[in-house]
Write a protein that binds this ligand. Structure first.
Ligand SMILES: [Zn+2]
Length: 455
């Protein structure tokens, strides 16, 4: 825990107090500086460091059989604007702390243990989340490097060039459809992350073992209600085509549908973050126009699909009931698939927690993380959530990593230490989950074949 404390102290050079929070954008010199802090510490334990063409860093602690697929853990170091200190770094530092514990105990893991630092996980910088891990998995195109812009008007490519990345080589790899990450050489990836919610706090559990990552259903062009304007005093009630009242009816019926699924035990959460009459509204006119942008999340793609169909049927039903036309353009519906977490790995994580009397509970993840990107590419992936108080706020300077703001995050009996323990025990015993074929060449070799360079 002393190492973790010292690393967070060093990382605090980007901390500007409770007003401004952390300043560490994706693909910035600050992010590179933070990575260097972790790299220096890793090298002091004899770990080798590699950087892939997208700037992701991999720190390798050698295991007994170097040709076995590796056990990988890690997260990201960038923060949202005015962000907190722990969303991301907690997972990177925990991974290194697990290696430190193995190193200090003089143990040798069966397989190489890799600490991954993914570049730019937060979406505000270049309009996409998990840019680093998506690039490593070949999810983004070479065009994206030119098209994505930060709010300073400069492209991702130029920010990457500024921090010394070889964008031509990266673009060439992306154009040829090559992945930067040798995914078949990864036995498992486990990401520790603060919960970003307060379910664990309410349940009085220090850790959560993630069961899946919720997918989402979104309507970026919004659902449009088209009624007719009229004087709000003169038109008889039954002749009105009030777009807002039709929208309220629509949402009310959808709420009942969701409630029914929730009551049956299905995983489903939803909200309607945007609802507006737009510019044309006036206080004494029957609203002719109303638009809403609901957002539905579930661990099940089937439930998301059902939500999609139901909303479109409701559009027709609302027109029959109210006379107000409801437009949902099928082309504008965006569905982000749910990610399932490997069940064997999940059970192993739970078992390792139980073995040392750590009280963990199963919990779904509402947000996407780097682990979700790897899981989508078939890498056996899991997540450990860490309880944090202050109502589980994240992406804010008052984000904390303990139950109370004054608790020591690096207490030997604390939640963070417990998470490191589970991570370490899982890494050391990974062979319990599945046997994988050794290959020619270790992980570092395969990484370098894909353009990574030693640091
Ligand atoms: Zn994060």
């Amino acid at each position: 825990m002393d190492m973790s404390r010292a690393l967070f102290e060093k990382l605090s050079r980007h901390w500007h107090g409770l007003e401004e929070g952390v300043y560490r954008p994706g693909f910035s010199p600050e992010e590179s500086e933070a990575i260097q802090i972790i790299v220096d510490e890793a090298k002091s334990m004899g770990m080798n460091a590699y950087e892939d063409l997208a700037g992701n860093t991999f720190l390798i602690y050698e295991g007994a059989n170097r040709n076995l697929p590796v056990f990988m853990s890690g997260s990201h170091l960038d923060a949202v604007p005015n962000g907190g200190r722990y969303d991301g770094p907690a997972g990177v530092v925990a991974a290194l702390a697990a290696v430190r514990a193995i190193h200090d105990a003089g143990q040798t893991p069966d397989r190489d243990m890799v600490v991954a630092i993914w570049r730019n996980e937060e979406s505000p910088w270049f309009g996409q989340f998990a840019v680093g891990s998506k690039l490593a998995c070949g999810d983004l195109s070479a065009e994206f490097l030119q098209a994505a812009q930060k709010n300073d008007g400069r492209t991702l490519k130029s920010h990457m060039t500024d921090i010394g990345l070889n964008t031509d080589a990266l673009a060439a790899a992306l154009e040829h459809g090559e992945t930067l990450l040798p995914m078949d050489r990864i036995a498992a990836f486990v990401e520790l992350h603060i919960e970003q919610g307060s379910q664990l706090e309410k349940a009085e559990k220090p850790l959560g073992i993630v069961t899946g990552i919720r997918g989402n259903l979104r309507f970026p062009k919004r659902i449009q209600f088209e009624g007719a304007a009229g004087h709000s005093g003169a038109v008889p009630q039954d002749e009105r085509l009030d777009a807002v009242l039709a929208g309220a009816h629509f949402l009310q019926v959808f709420k009942g549908f969701c409630q029914e699924l929730q009551d049956k035990g299905h995983d489903l959460v939803w909200s309607c973050p945007i609802a507006t009459t737009g510019e044309s509204a006036s206080p004494t006119t029957i609203p002719a126009h109303f638009e809403i942008q609901p957002e539905i999340r579930s661990l099940s793609d089937a439930i998301l699909g059902l939500g999609n169909v139901t909303l479109r049927m409701l559009a027709i039903e609302t027109f029959w009931d109210t006379g107000v036309k409801v437009h949902i353009d099928p082309k504008d519906i965006v569905m982000g698939r749910a990610v399932s977490i490997d069940e064997n790995l999940r059970k192993l994580l739970s078992a390792k927690a139980a073995a040392t009397n750590i009280d963990a509970m199963e919990i779904p993840s509402g947000a996407g993380h780097d682990a979700a990107i790897l899981a989508q590419h078939g890498v056996t992936s899991g997540m450990i959530f860490l309880r944090h108080g202050n109502e589980g706020v994240s992406h804010r300077p008052d984000e904390i990593m303990t139950l109370n703001a004054n608790d020591d995050p690096f207490d030997l009996q604390g939640d963070f230490a417990k998470a490191v323990q589970v991570l370490k025990d899982t890494a050391l015993n990974y062979k319990d989950v599945q046997e994988v074929k050794p290959s020619n060449g270790d992980f570092a070799y395969h990484l370098q074949l894909r353009g990574a360079r030693p640091l």
